[in-house]
Design a protein around this ligand. Structure first.
Ligand code: IPT
Length: 984
């Protein structure tokens, strides 16, 4: 659509008079409050005038009524303000633009009703020319929360009320550009651009558009032939009966008799027919080819500026506008989704509009910050789940480089099987899809249109799809509802197979089956609720190696936890139920890759590594022979620099820079590293070579020299040794009278633990239900037999779960210098088919405030989400806590070789593992995490809580999606591990 930013306009944002009524039927009171526009009345925490609060539901409707009926009690906001009409606007066409509102709005000017609008996420524009007067005017907007439209806005998100986007007035000439649709394409050679402009010049007051000219030009390409980008409107006049008319009739007879059945109509025939027939007044179609353009892609978002002018018959420019365009092609060909001819990968995320203070009312800066954050973690694609975002969002995606699935504002989840076939909603479906496309058609970032989310598949979708295909044949369609339950189905509704939450095996099976006929791009996968995103690496291993799989969109970007002020003034991240809602879906809204304050969850690091622009691997590490694969599709790696370090026992012993040759897109090139530390181990300790790929120049999202990717490879090493004990060693007997190990600086002795504070996945996926049934949370040691031989002490423990399941646990303790070694063996009975962990848990003195570990880090990792560098890391124990909105297991590290927990003087304990193990050293007990409902309730227990796990279950994604893979589950039977504790 035409960009209105360049028109004469005034903003109506700011403070409005406001009343919140309990129903549209309630009479207006005499007292007005005030409210900022845009803002949501449900997010005005400071005011007690606004009784209506946020409600969070997922699929269920927040009330019981059936469509299209809504509750009698229906919050109704009346907004009013004055404005002065600028001098000089009289005699012009004046339009009121209402950017977004929830869910239905009625506009009045000077007490007269102008019109009504639904479709909360696309602007409504009202021609108010007839309603305004010179000088002071009053505008009133009534916004009602629930309407028939609510049933197709049943997205999984907070229900709010208010005006979410800007309100403005703009003025145009009485003859004006009413519609303006640009499609910029790219021919096969990838350098010839195509530009197609469809416009409509309209007028009010019955003014003729005759001889008005529309002229377009591209600022950066002044040589593009003006003739092709300019057209003047002529008024049709019926031909008079002349000899020429007879000739014209002959040509049109040829046309009617089917002479041009094959479509090959000669130009003169076409001209003759046009002379005979009326054409739509005001319609303009411009079309041209432009050589040597720089293609747009998310990797290289090259944009051009299209200027548009409307010129009156006297040659005066009466309207100007401009928009950014980018030349690129999108095509689905068999199993390939091609952008500029390349089967690009979608490193995507689903993004809702969210701000923890303002709900869904966002500034351009908010949106820009979201996108910059996504860039920092190597995302290149966004699905605007589940509605069109503010127009500025796509401008930013064009500029920064993101592939966008633009999704229509349709979700009828609670009535998934009925509304899609209910003709009462037919026009709403077509309108919502159609208006989105009309607004966003010029954006190069928009690469697919989505018919909405989770609304079944019905006639209303078919109608919307037909409109979309006819109106914009340049883009494929996306609709998950089309293929739900049958990936062979609904070719009319979707050009891609876009399932939600499929298993890794299923996507591979589809893509490699002979029946696959479309590319598969997961519209949602890897549900990021709490401590989640297990098996992301397995998805990508399959995606990268299977033709026809092109990535997907993680669910989702944000944890939607608005900041809520408690009666005592403290704050918390709220979720469903926290505002007193009776019907709600708990913390299911907190399922993003970033916390409510937009800081990244640990899972982001996993994703960033997967989506890195290049991948380095060893040809033969010990001889310094490596190779690098450029994962880009359009550009080489010249904007990056690669350097390396060699570490021993987590400390750097050598480093250097790689002289990188030119690496063309999708190509692998070998390179060499030279260091005397590569081949033979000089001293004990494990050695690794780690490459880091950094950005040479600064980008809008990161300063120069920011790491964008890394790879690590093991080098030949010699093991660290632990000195054996002398006879005098004080640790020869470490057991107390109860047969429990007495730890130096210990507070709670090591106990067997099979349980963790359930993650959201554990809870919603019902693993936690099993753990409760098995009684794993509370276990008692019911028996303990101690036996001693010359070198070691053996403790045979019997543990009993709270529901009576017995577990045998043997500890063999051997002294070493300054400490002791414990060999653990646990036999899980057959009934325990899926426990959280098999490990020991103990507590140390809280004065040991710091932890150093040699293992994966620095971020939290779990067995099925463990892409992390093996290095030596230092942290405070306090910082090991990860504040998941609903507290749960956190702070784990995979592959820990040793760790030290020390006090301010550097003294404490060191624990060395027999083989790398899952370890956590945190300030919190699992039971306290499990019993808390919000992160702010979690208080450090005062001790240092240590877990050393012989086995730890993967985290999976089963809060919505597949559980972890069998290889990350813990099987019954014997589990053994070993740890050695020394005092330091
Ligand atoms: C699916 C929805 O599309 C999304 O809005 C959100 O609810 C997500 O999953 C889960 O957080 S719905 C699910 C029932 C597949």
């Amino acid at each position: 659509m035409l960009n209105i930013e360049h028109l004469e306009k005034i903003s109506l944002d700011g403070t409005w008079r406001f009343q919140l009524l309990r129903s549209p039927r309630e009479p207006l009171g005499r007292k007005w409050a005030s409210i900022p526009v845009p803002s949501l009345w449900t997010m005005q925490e400071e005011s007690n005038v606004f009784f209506d609060k946020p409600i969070y539901t997922n699929t269920q409707m927040p009330f019981e009524e059936q469509p299209p009926f809504v509750p009698e009690e229906n919050p109704h906001g009346v907004y009013e303000r004055d404005f002065d009409l600028p001098d000089g606007w009289m005699g012009k066409r004046i339009v009121l633009h209402l950017g977004g509102y929830e869910s239905v709005a009625v506009v009045f000017i000077n007490g007269v009703e102008v019109g009504l609008t639904k479709d909360s996420r696309l602007a409504a524009e009202f021609d108010v020319t007839r309603f305004v007067k010179r000088g002071n005017n009053v505008v009133r907007i009534d916004v009602t929360k629930w309407s028939d439209a609510t049933f197709i806005e049943d997205q999984d998100q907070w229900w709010h009320g208010g005006i979410t986007r800007s309100v403005k007035l703009f003025a145009t000439n009485k003859v004006f550009i009413e519609r303006f649709y640009t499609t910029a394409g790219l021919e096969k050679d990838c350098t010839t651009g195509t530009l197609d402009i469809r416009a409509h010049i309209a007028s009010i007051d019955n003014i003729s558009t005759h001889n008005y000219t529309l002229r377009a030009s591209i600022e950066e390409l002044p040589k593009v032939k003006a003739a092709n980008l300019e057209s003047t409107l002529k008024t049709f006049q019926s031909p008079k009966w002349t000899e020429r008319a007879e000739e014209l009739k002959a040509r049109s007879d040829e046309y009617f008799h089917g002479k041009f059945w094959n479509g090959n109509m000669p130009a003169d025939a076409k001209k003759a027919i046009l002379e005979n027939e009326p054409w739509p007044a005001g319609k303009i179609h411009l079309n041209t080819r432009i050589p040597k353009v720089k293609a747009w892609s998310a990797e290289s978002p090259n944009l051009y500026t299209l200027h548009v002018e409307l010129i009156d018959p006297d040659g005066n420019i009466v309207e100007v506008s401009q928009q950014k365009i980018g030349f690129r092609s999108v095509e689905v060909k068999g199993q390939d989704f091609l952008i500029n001819g390349q089967p690009v990968m979608f490193y995507g995320v689903n993004r809702h509009d969210f701000n923890r203070y303002t709900g869904r009312a966002l500034t351009r800066e908010d949106m820009r910050e979201d996108l910059l954050e996504l860039k920092r973690w190597n995302f290149n694609a966004v699905r605007t789940s589940h509605y069109p975002n503010d127009a500025a969002f796509l401008d930013l995606c064009d500029e920064l480089g993101f592939y966008v699935i633009g999704e229509a504002n349709i979700e009828s989840h609670a009535f998934i099987a009925s509304i899609c076939d209910d003709a009462k909603y037919l026009t709403a479906f077509v309108d919502r899809v159609g208006r989105m496309i009309q607004r966003d058609i010029h954006h190069p970032s928009a690469i697919m249109w989505s018919l909405g989310n989770e609304s079944g598949a019905g006639t209303n979708h078919e109608a919307a799809a037909a409109f979309a295909r006819s109106f914009d044949p340049s883009r494929p369609l996306h609709y998950e509802g089309g293929i739900r339950g049958n990936w062979m189905g609904s070719h009319s509704l979707t050009d891609v197979i876009c399932p939600m939450y499929p298993a890794v095996t299923a996507i591979k099976e589809y893509a490699t089956s002979a029946k696959a006929d479309r590319p598969l791009i997961m519209c949602e996968y890897s549900h990021a609720m709490g401590n989640s995103n297990g098996t992301l690496a397995e998805y990508w291993e399959v995606i990268e190696t299977t033709r026809g799989l092109q990535g997907g969109f993680i669910w989702e970007f944000w944890d939607h936890g608005p900041v809520q002020t408690m009666p005592d003034g403290s704050k918390r991240n709220a979720y469903g139920g926290d505002y007193g809602e009776k019907k709600h879906d708990g913390n299911f809204c907190c399922d993003g890759m970033v916390f409510p304050d937009r800081t990244a969850k640990p899972a982001m690091a996993e994703f960033k590594a997967i989506a890195a622009p290049a991948n380095i691997s060893a040809v033969k590490a010990s001889t310094g022979s490596f190779k690098i694969f450029n994962k880009h599709f359009f550009k080489d790696l010249s904007e990056y620099e690669v350097s390396w370090t060699i570490t021993r026992d987590g400390l750097i012993i050598d480093s250097g820079k790689v002289k990188l040759p030119k690496v063309a897109p999708r190509k692998t090139v070998a390179f060499k590293v030279s260091s005397k530390h590569l081949s033979k181990a000089n001293g004990p300790g494990e050695r690794f070579i780690t490459f880091t790929i950094i950005n040479i120049d600064s980008t809008p999202w990161a300063p120069a020299f920011t790491e964008v990717g890394w790879n690590q490879m093991a080098l030949p090493s010699r093991a660290l040794t632990i000195k054996s004990a002398k006879a005098s060693d004080e640790y020869t007997n470490v057991l107390d009278d109860y047969g429990q190990i007495v730890l130096p600086r210990g507070v709670v002795a090591p106990t067997l633990t099979l349980w963790r504070a359930p993650t959201d996945n554990d809870r919603i996926g019902h693993m936690a239900t099993k753990w409760n049934r098995w009684g794993l949370r509370d276990m008692d040691r019911t028996d303990c037999v101690v036996s001693q031989n010359r070198t070691s002490t053996k403790v045979t423990n019997t543990w009993q779960t709270s529901t009576g399941i017995s577990i045998k646990h043997v500890q063999v303790i051997t002294p070493v210098a300054d400490g002791f070694r414990v060999k653990e063996s646990v036999t899980l009975p057959k009934v325990l088919t899926d426990v959280a962990r098999v490990g020991v848990n103990f507590e140390l003195d809280g004065a040991l405030t710091d932890v150093t570990w040699f293992g994966s880090g620095p971020h939290e990792s779990y067995p099925d989400r463990k892409i992390a560098r093996i290095h030596r890391f230092v942290s405070s124990v306090a910082n090991q806590y990860i504040p998941y909105v609903r507290p749960q297991e956190n702070g784990g590290h995979t592959a820990v070789r040793w760790f030290e927990v020390t006090d301010a003087t550097g003294h404490g304990v060191r624990v060395q593992m027999g083989k790398p193990l899952q370890v956590s050293v945190t300030p919190n007990r699992a039971v306290d995490l499990a019993d808390a409902t919000h992160d702010v309730e979690v208080k450090a227990c005062g001790n240092v809580v240590v877990h050393i796990d012989g086995a730890h279950r993967g985290v999976g994604t089963s809060s919505c999606g597949p559980d972890t893979l069998p290889k990350y589950k813990i099987k019954p039977g014997l589990h053994t591990w070993e740890w050695t504790l020394t005092s330091i």
